[in-house]
Design a protein around this ligand. Sequence first.
Ligand code: AGP
Length: 585
Amino acid sequence: MCGIVGYTGTRTAAPVVLEGLKRLEYRGYDSAGLAVVNGGLEVFRAPGKIAILERELGSDLPEGTTAIAHTRWATHGAPTTANAHPHADCGGTLALVHNGIIENAGVLRQALTKRGHVFRSQTDTEVLSHLIEENHTKGMPLVDATAEALRGSPLLVAIGNGENFVASDASAVLAHTRSVVYLDDGDIAEVKPTDYRIMDLDAGEKETPVTHVEWDLATIERGGYAHFMLKEIMEQPESVRNTLRGRLLEEEGTVRFGGLNISADELLKVQRIVITACGTSWHSALIGEYMMEELARIPTEVEYASEFRYRNPIVDERTLVIGISQSGETADTLAALREAKRRGARTLGLVNVVGSSIAREVDGGIYLHAGPEIGVASTKAFTSQIVALALLTLKMGRLRALSILQGREVVRALAKLPELVARVLTKAAEVEQIAERLVRAQNVLYLGRGYNFPVALEGALKLKEISYIHAEGYPAAEMKHGPIALIDDLMPVVFIAPKDGVHQKVLSNIEEVKARGGRVIAIVTEGDTALDKLADHRIEIPETLDLLTPVLSVVPLQLLAYYIAVRRGCNVDQPRNLAKSVTVE
Ligand code: AGP
């Protein structure tokens, strides 16, 4: 999932696009490049981070007031200079940057090579430069030549004053404008310094609304924190508060949503829910499944989006398919929702990025309002996803058998969450000390039950993706059926053991680990002394309703992964091989 930014206007374009590109680096950091129109076309590329490209460019940046730039997440071809974008055509008069994959690149490449085109890279993207070149040299205007060559991936046009931009997302242009036009799949845009037009590949020219981006530059800065991930962990009291804002109706013991766009009658007709997502969002979906079945009594399943879309799923008009995605751009989740729609299901999106593809694709949606999440490892979006799922569960439950008293109890507990999260964050120093002891661990096991089984999965994912330590999350009772063989005094075991309905069961699982010499780190409820003798390290979290404990219990696990990764010298915000939103299959 690469990052793209382009500029055409009156200013020297190179510094403008390089600045924008740096704000997109979380989308991929395998190589970077830019092309500038300066009389002719000048192309500059380098492997690795944008800083390497900048070093090679030096202070004497190329002139020219039109430029495109690209930061890459490698799919086809190793992260080398030859495979870095932009890719030029044979004549060197056309430069192209691309985000996505071209599934039929192989056959196109063979055909183009037979017709005399010379390829300089192993990328799928380069076929596009030669295809457009072929149409263009036949006399087709560039826009038509491009349209002819195309026949998915996010892109927006940003409107400036006497200048215009293109970008993969708004963070690249916020320093210049907050007026953007989101392109739909199959759209093509022609952008000039003082004008732009949007065309649908089949239907031709079209009017597309200009959206005003709420976020400003400050929200996408690190704000004095060492890393975006730490900033986003520490922002959770506020992000949870924003997810709740204006939605709680204590008197009625229910909630209201602005953009749900599905009526109460339609929600009542829902006989089955399928929640689909990827990665961390899939973990929040598991918690949503437990909530929906416990409080709303609606049969609910969770599906990996990448599996759901290809396995001929059983969904129909009585099925509500919920897609959860922080970025709103994850290709598998978007495709799973499209497949569900094609089969007649109603679709709902739980999304953080306003105006994203999933937000525009679904029938109705709930925005998380967690604010921009720049760190590749998702943190505040996860806690906001759980809160949004609790809100939706309350809505569905109150439309069914959940009593007004039960509803009020959940509303009151939700309203307290921001201050409770803030209380957990005061334990950061304690967590940092525990992290100190785990820095050299080779493997870590995370165990939890009920609502906190998915938190065990999430804790393990956080550690894996930013510290590169192998970790596994498991339902605590499942440990006896295999993973217990891994337990010895070298294997740290993190237990999520709040005082909930399965607390006693978790205590016996901890006993089983201690009996084999395992080192236990336990997340416990404040004042719970049951683990004083059993756990080697305890981190306390405040009490709340069982279904909401994950919002509190995951925070120490986010911090634990963060401090371990920092001590191991890992690039916490841009972990190797990862990118913030996965826009290819
Ligand atoms: C989580 O830390 C990862 N960045 C990744 O697993 C992520 O959750 C997944 O790619 C889904 O992203 P989305 O929520 O933007 O769809």
